[in-house]
Design a protein around this ligand. Structure first.
Ligand code: SF4
Length: 114
């Protein structure tokens, strides 16, 4: 079973309703649905916070404090497919930075639930 970290868009999580971090990413990981090839253990869930600069450091801190290096990092669907786009960055750029800083594969999006 893969151990995974998920990163959500904090601006959306703090203002949306009906999911923002409550179940969609977690259900997809638990059942191996959406972008998850198999049921996966979520070992950390990190919220990006505008303007997103400390994100890589926060992911690193979650790995350090939990003492678990995830097999993969997932950018949540609400972050990877944000419409309107994130005003500060874009998901590809974030994924690139995270992959370079952690050496861990970054997957775009988590689920396709509506
Ligand atoms: S910087 Fe972008 S991805 Fe991060 S919380 Fe703000 S809007 Fe969301």
């Amino acid at each position: 079973m893969d151990r995974v970290a998920i990163i959500g868009c904090g601006a959306y999580m703090d203002s949306g309703y009906g999911c923002p971090g409550e179940w969609r990413c977690l259900k997809a990981a638990a059942l191996g649905e959406g972008s998850f090839e198999k049921p996966s253990q979520v070992v950390s869930f990190v919220k990006c916070q505008c303007p997103g600069r400390p994100l890589a450091a926060n992911v690193g801190m979650a790995m350090k404090l939990s003492e678990i290096k995830p097999d993969k990092i997932y950018l949540s669907t609400c972050l990877a497919n944000a419409k309107p786009d994130c005003p500060y960055s874009n998901a590809e750029e974030m994924a690139d930075i995270l992959a370079k800083k952690t050496g861990i594969e970054v997957v775009m999006g988590t689920h396709d639930y509506h």
